[in-house]
Design a protein around this ligand. Sequence first.
Ligand code: PAF
Length: 283
Amino acid sequence: MQLFKSKTGLIAHVNKQKQADFSVGFVPTMGALHEGHLSLVKAALATNNCVVVSIFVNPTQFNNPDDLNKYPRTLDKDIQLLETLSKQSIVVYAPEIKDVYGPKIASDCFDFEGLELEMEGRSRPGHFDGVGTIVKRLFEIVNPDNAYFGEKDFQQLQIIKKMVAITKLPVNIIGCPIEREPNGLAMSSRNTRLTPLEQHESALIYKTLKLVNQKFKKESVQAIYRWVDTQFSANPLFELEYFQISEIETLTTIEQNNSNKTYRAFIAVFVRDVRLIDNIDLN
Ligand code: PAF
């Protein structure tokens, strides 16, 4: 598998693919790859001749320097995992910070029309400017036809679609379904920080979301909010940070169901100091 540490080599490689009229798929990651990431790479391999996977822990999307320093860096293991999918069609771009940011490590400011203020944005000010900045720069370097993002970070997916609309970059954004453990827990690199008991008990998160999906057809939104609160306050292992039902275009919380719109339920829960997020389609 080819590994590029500098954008110059990667750009030359992608240009060669494009000259051959090949389509280029792109999966941006921060490494510590798991089955969730691999499902994005598989989706990209299914419809593109060449797939670029970036592995880059982006400093501008971290609010807490400690989280940035502690973020797992497992490049050799990540490459081995990718090689189980394809050695020929996948290339990895794993740059140093300077290769992407130059001398000034700073975010651009975007107008995401309020999408950035909801849910994850409430506890992580500036986070989505950092995500928008790095994904825009990576798109400019990789110049992909299609880029793949997991629906587990649904707010991020909507923000990236907005960034592409603002910047008019010619990239097709494809959202991919959430990959789950056998007990329903959404796959995440954070799951490895849970004890076996916590992993087992965390099945409650998706179990609750599936019941919300059923209740949404017949109960008031207020009743559902109250019910979700009781599910988590009854269990001392969990601390519910937020649960909200939102219309998918604006991501604002709804107070009642308007049948013409498309909704999703979103949740963030602490299990000790491990923060888990998940969501479900309600239509
Ligand atoms: O979802 C992630 O892993 C990151 O936010 C992304 C999209 C790779 C940008 O750093």
